[in-house]
Design a protein around this ligand. Structure first.
Ligand code: GLN
Length: 453
């Protein structure tokens, strides 16, 4: 814990933490030590972690990196973090993220952008760590925590993990409780771990997962010992290679990474099978209807009355308007407007309902694939390596949305997905591959992921 607190201080230029909690960390570490001395420490006894600022932490400021939450201090703890503390982990602080987890570059945070510790060879240009869990990825990659919590609505665990050369697991929808996690799009949101190795990710996941009666979409299934999946043979497993992920204009280095990853799995005894997921091309447009629709509804609670910021006005509706206009950043306002529009009378059928139907088709594509005997699907994690801060999405938000092309399908179908580092681009930046699994079969993804890593 002390070593990490020192490293955090020395690396503040990365802007990975929005709040450091050194006093709390030392108290937690001492308590963990005392327990360990008595032979009682949990399996995370004394392990220092960073917590994405989307997780409510009792008595510790939680803002989702939005001005509208101001100095909100929750009187409760999220289930996921409570389970980590139960098993002995130590909190180092709260990590930066895109405002309300909306973004792919950690550039929409009220606290400013996060810097990726990686740089292009021979360049001093600061790169994004990806988003929305950019603080988690940057902190783990730079050694500012041993692991971090993150959330993934359309790729926010996997894409930053890939951009920072580390591992991120987005569990099956329902595997981790959403209780006490700031809601973005409730039917897509899922918490999961980011860490430096597949094994570390599996160890964290065991604590984070589990049924929670406080979340009606949490699933009552025993939590396996994910670490036991590490080192398990992948011989005879069928790995689907979906042709729809070979998108137009895909860089040669991503193609190469993908075929090398496939070759590695083959060398380990897995069988490669060409598969088709025909509705893939509709996933991104459908996601950018469903996610803003749910966001517009979830964010209605920030009204200047219940939480954080209040900007007065002449009437109560003026107060609502002023608070929301000042409290939400540009990307959040855009999503609220899109979401309200697609849910409004007259447009609901044309946009929202249709997007939900497309979502079902995407899910069925995967179901058919798995019913045909496929154990997991291998794809690239991102269409490129990390890009420069301010380089993308300025005038055209769609340029940024395109980053999620390989990851959003997984959330639409509620499936588990892992991103593992698999190579470097020509400029020496890390690139990741993604493995998509059957529902509640994270173990297979850990086994396969470790084979590639
Ligand atoms: N980049 C996607 C978005 O902006 C996904 C974000 C996320 O997974 N939280 O919606």
């Amino acid at each position: 814990t002390d070593a990490h607190l020192k490293a955090m201080e020395a690396a503040r230029v990365l802007n990975a933490y929005v709040l450091e909690t050194p006093d709390q960390a030392r108290v937690m570490a001492q308590a963990a030590d005392a327990k360990l001395a008595k032979g009682e420490g949990g399996w995370l006894g004394g392990v220092p972690l960073g917590i994405k600022d989307l997780f409510a932490t009792k008595g510790v400021r939680t803002t989702a990196c939005s001005k509208i939450l101001g100095n909100f201090v929750p009187p409760y703890e999220s289930t996921v973090t409570a389970q980590l503390w139960r098993d002995g982990a130590v909190m180092l602080g709260k990590l930066n993220n895109d405002e309300f987890a909306m973004g792919s570059a950690n550039e929409t945070s009220f606290f400013g952008p996060v810097v990726n510790p990686w740089r292009r060879e021979g360049s001093d240009v600061n790169l994004v760590p990806g988003g929305s869990s950019g603080g988690s990825a940057s902190a783990v990659a730079a050694g500012l925590c041993l692991g971090a919590t993150a959330t993934d609505t359309g790729g926010s665990i996997r894409q930053p993990a890939a951009f920072a050369g580390i591992v991120g697991m987005k569990p099956t929808y329902g595997r981790c409780s959403r209780w006490g996690t700031v809601a973005f799009a409730s039917s897509l949101d899922q918490a999961g771990p980011i860490a430096r190795t597949v094994r570390d990710t599996a160890i964290l996941m065991r604590s984070m997962a589990g049924y929670d009666p406080k979340d009606s979409t949490s699933v009552d299934r025993a939590v396996p010992d994910y670490e036991a999946a590490i080192g398990k043979s992948v011989k005879g497993m069928k790995i689907g290679i979906p042709k729809e992920y070979r998108i137009d204009g895909m860089p040669a280095e991503i193609e190469k990474l993908w075929s090398e990853g496939a070759a590695q799995l083959k060398a380990a005894g897995a069988e490669l099978v060409d598969v088709s997921l025909p509705h893939t091309k509709y996933a991104l447009p459908a996601y950018y209807i469903v996610a803003p629709a749910e966001a517009s509804s979830n964010l209605a609670r920030y009204d200047g009355v219940r939480y954080g910021l209040r900007v007065p006005g002449r009437s109560i509706s003026d107060m609502y308007e002023n608070t929301r206009a000042e409290g939400f950043g540009a990307e959040v306002r855009r999503r609220v407007m899109i979401g309200t529009y697609v849910l409004s009378a007259g447009y609901y059928d044309a946009y929202y309902l249709r997007a939900q139907k497309v979502r079902t088709l995407i899910k069925r594509d995967f179901e058919e694939c798995f019913a045909g005997g496929i154990h997991a699907i291998l794809t690239p994690a991102t269409p490129s390596a990390a890009f420069g801060i301010g380089e993308k999405g300025g005038a055209d938000p769609i340029e940024m949305y395109l980053n999620d092309i390989f990851t959003v399908t997984v959330n639409m179908a509620g499936l588990p997905g892992i991103a593992v580092p698999a190579g470097k681009d020509v400029q020496g930046l890390p690139l990741g591959l993604q493995l998509i699994g059957r529902p509640f079969d994270e173990e297979t993804l850990f086994s396969l992921g470790e084979t590639i890593e």
